[in-house]
Design a protein around this ligand. Structure first.
Ligand SMILES: *Cc1c(COP(=O)(O)O)cnc(C)c1O
Length: 367
């Protein structure tokens, strides 16, 4: 019995009639770029996120990049990013010609530690870019207070946190603008690439709207240097179906996380810590162990699929050699990257598979 880390096809099969009908509706409409299907998804997702506006774009990286441009980030500016994140967060900054300035995370929540942010602010800092990593909201109130004090803007990378709540309010417009990915494996995933921004700021929404479509408001009239980064109507139609089940599918993830947290206590694993103000959506269930590689190997031998999010932190990637960071410069992120392991989780992990994953983990750590 092979237990996959995540079973995407099972997600399609559960919704097959509705997804097939939605795709067919787009094909039959004769309209294949932007249009009513994208607009309907934008309205529904904005409503879900408790935000005033949503603009669909081509993917999560573009959502981050266009958001930074809309916030006015220019070459040479600095943007504060977490040291512990997927490299896309940093790449969006680099795509603007700006410099990612890493801040270390709280080692227990994995999210950026607000008490370390002020030390990283310089007169070139323009934006603070927290990530709601692994589906858990970052501590937004202190981040927003620091931004206000230093006259900075806040962009949230919410690629892993569809539906999460910070102090009872959905992630979607705590900061100035929020970037989303609908990569298939995300909590709200398309059948291909997709992304969006949400915001309460009409001007920012309008700027993204223009930037994603060749810098144009009126066809063949180009106001700014734009991009082609539009949410595909086929993906929008599928996302409308999946948005309806997002809360239910997130609840399944929560149940799995609760089982892991109950069953895997006191066996030498560091389990996720959830602050009382956070309602996470468990994009990943991440544990830490000092012999992580050995644990992953043993779980693999027991046919349990696990992944590492992430094996190499951005500052130690060859792509960022130019920034001049070395081993030991960001020790908290480096230790996290050495010790983390993501256990199987998803809305279609069966009870039997969950039991097997728990049992195999217990056996591996007893040995
Ligand atoms: C997935 C992801 C992205 C990028 O999304 P794409 O749609 O793949 O471009 C950005 N940031 C984080 C934290 C992610 O997990």
């Amino acid at each position: 019995m092979k237990i996959p880390f995540l079973d995407l096809k099972a997600g399609y099969l559960e919704l097959q009639p509705e997804i097939d009908a939605a795709i067919k509706r787009v094909l039959n409409s004769g309209w294949y770029i932007l249009g009513s299907e994208v607009e309907a998804f934008e309205a529904e997702f904005a409503n879900y996120c408790e935000a005033n506006y949503c603009v669909g774009v081509a993917n999560g990286l573009d959502a981050l990049h266009l958001s930074l441009l809309a916030l006015g980030v220019k070459p040479g500016d600095e943007v504060i990013v977490p040291s512990n994140t997927y490299i896309a967060t940093w790449l969006a900054v680099s795509q603007c010609g700006a410099i990612p300035v890493p801040v270390e995370p709280d080692p227990l929540t994995y999210n950026v530690d607000p008490t370390r942010i002020e030390a990283a602010i310089t007169d070139r800092t323009k934006v603070i870019l927290p990530v709601h990593l692994y589906g858990q909201p970052a501590d937004m109130d202190p981040i927003l207070a620091i931004a206000k004090k230093h006259d900075l803007r806040v962009l949230e990378d919410s690629a892993q946190a569809h539906g999460a709540r910070y102090k009872d309010k959905r992630i979607g417009a705590h900061g100035d603008i929020v970037a989303w990915s609908f990569y298939p494996g995300k909590n709200l995933g398309a059948y291909g690439d997709g992304g969006a921004i949400t915001t309460n700021d009409a001007e920012l929404a309008d700027r993204i709207n223009v930037l994603r479509n060749y810098g144009s408001r009126v066809k063949y009239v180009n106001d700014v240097l734009g991009f082609n980064s539009r949410l595909d109507p086929l993906q929008a139609a599928a996302l409308r179906v999946k948005l309806k089940v997002l809360d239910e599918w997130n609840a399944r993830r929560s149940n799995i996380a609760e089982c892991y947290s109950d069953e895997l206590k006191n066996i030498g694993l560091l389990l996720p810590l959830i602050p009382e103000w956070a309602k996470p959506v468990w994009h990943l269930y991440v544990v830490q162990h000092p012999q992580r590689d050995n644990l992953q190997k043993q779980l693999g031998e027991a046919d349990i699929g696990t992944l590492i999010h992430y094996p190499i932190p951005p500052h130690l990637q060859a792509a960022y050699a130019k920034l001049g960071f070395g081993k030991g410069d960001l020790p908290i992120a480096e230790r996290i990257h050495q010790n983390v392991l993501s256990l199987p989780i998803g809305p279609h992990l069966t009870t039997n598979h969950l039991k097997s994953a728990i049992e195999a983990t217990k056996v591996a750590l007893r040995a």
